[in-house]
Design a protein around this ligand. Sequence first.
Ligand code: AVI
Length: 321
Amino acid sequence: MSASLVGNPSLRASPATEFLDAVLKGLSSASRSIPSKYFYDDIGSKIFDDICELEEYYPTRVESEIMHRYGDQIARRLGSDVRLVEYGSGSSIKTRILLDHLVDPCLYVPVDISNQHLARTADALAREYPLLNVAPVAADFSRPFEVPKCEFEPDRTCVYFPGSTIGNFAREEASQLLADIANRCERRDGLLIGFDLRKDISVLETAYNDSAGVTAAFNKNLLHRINSELGANFDTHQFDHHAFFNDAAGRIEMHLVSQREQVVSIADHSFRFDLSDTICTEYSHKYSISEFEQMTSEVGWQCKETWSDERDYFAVMYLVR
Ligand code: AVI
């Protein structure tokens, strides 16, 4: 992967302005939506960690099982002296499993949008793996960012994109992101990616409607965040969490549904909501292995191996340029 930066970050709007613009744009469109990446402020990142511990939310547990079970094979594919760049590292839960199997990785680059969460995780990892060089990057990985260099030339760079976060992108965006990663990579570089598989609808819907209401709190935290960072006046009790599987589109959709007629002010704008009006806050696409292989091959990737669990709930794929 070339270390060069595409685009000039100094010309970008500040994060607060970007957030405000995204919210105003999303709420002004006919079908209201807010990009799911804004879930991940410090509180949202912590709630997401709680989701990952839930019995009903199988993806984290099943992906971890795959990483434990096939860690040796996966590490062999990546080889020694690899520079590992993790997109959306969060708490780097699955990364620890991978790191335990890798031979002499030359650098680990966790990339995450939540600054504080990233700093905490990078500190913890540096303590747990004293021989590992860790170079965290606070960035939105869907935009170009500069990848820190290794002290010595790595054998290859591997982009690690676990957690089925690719599913949170609309299909065309997912395909564009995979193309962008391919374009930033060099010949020997690889991509290790986790994605959630299509399965029984009741299993899927239960995973996004947990009985303890943690996913509902995660969804509503977006409104708390808009209130505190953008000075809005959402009455968070007047919006309900709603998550369902859209079969035709092959995705879970999360929405916030207005419980009455109400008007919400954000900056100098006001937005009217009728009873049952919704704001779409997340897509979580579920793929078949062949569908995913097809999508990646169309944008320059070649699948080398895929690992999945016994029930075919989740898959981890290794691809090269
Ligand atoms: C981060 N991402 C892969 C999670 C998912 O399953 O789509 C986010 C999430 N939303 C609700 N629960 C978990």
